[in-house]
Design a protein around this ligand. Sequence first.
Ligand code: NAD
Length: 286
Amino acid sequence: MNTQIIDGKSIASEIKEELRTRVENLKSQGITPGLAVILVGENPASKVYVSNKKKACEYIGMKSFSYELPAETSEKEVLDLVETLNEDTHVHGILVQLPLPKHMDEQKVILKIAPNKDVDGFHPQNVGALSIGLNGLVSCTPAGVIELLKRSNIEMQGKHCVVVGRSNIVGKPVSLLLLREHATVTICHSRTRDLESVLKQADIVVAAVGIPKFVKGSMLKSNVVVIDVGINRDENGKLCGDVDFESCTNIASHITPVPGGVGPMTIAMLMNNCVLAAATQGGTSN
Ligand code: NAD
């Protein structure tokens, strides 16, 4: 079989181009979408993520407001800053880069973000909206998975989708989104018995396990669509996913590579959420 590789990088670029046009339209209506990013401490990976988010804002014509605070900043200072940003009409999206230093309660900080500015989609109001099918901001990586499937013309309706992983940031929300697309969804996790027999039934597999090359081709039926959310390092320090890419080619009809699959979609969907938040707050449907 000729496995088709889903090019997340090019789909993400396509989305960013569309967003540039939407931002121009919003600007012509007097709304410049703005994203505030709060980074506490010196985590090197977080610094890279934040810098990439700022670059993406610049690229699509949005404003970004950056708050890089020392690790010893108190929880109250962060909560006060979020409150100020909630009130700031130039700021349409607020992102607190996680993880926060240990002396802070992440949930408390997330709860403080106004739900209509919660562009990470982590606020319980947005999670609740997703679970009962109301409009809200959807977390970026799961939204990216659905967008990759849609833009690759992969039908979800009626398909058996097996999600491996049940985390709040990937596994659970992606399962709810697949359900919203009328798929039949099975969620597997570390205590699932006989994972392989469940995987063998899948038409679409979404792997969000956090274990390098965990899903092997031998566990899958032919023609399956494989979406790999994982970002890991293999034994040689090389970036790899939660799926063993080599053994899945020639079995899967479609597969996402790592890097270049789901990864680039996360930032694209973050920008999408910012534009959506700005349009909603500005009272326009753009
Ligand atoms: P997590 O550690 O919070 O959750 C992992 C899930 O896998 C858990 O629900 C656990 O039950 C399940 N699991 C663990 N061992 C298992 C086993 N043996 N069999 C079946 N299930 C098992 O991880 P996460 O935050 O959901 O992230 C998952 C992966 O996705 C990681 O590699 C992470 O780096 C990556 N990730 C990528 C992006 C992106 O932008 N592409 C964003 C978030 C996370």
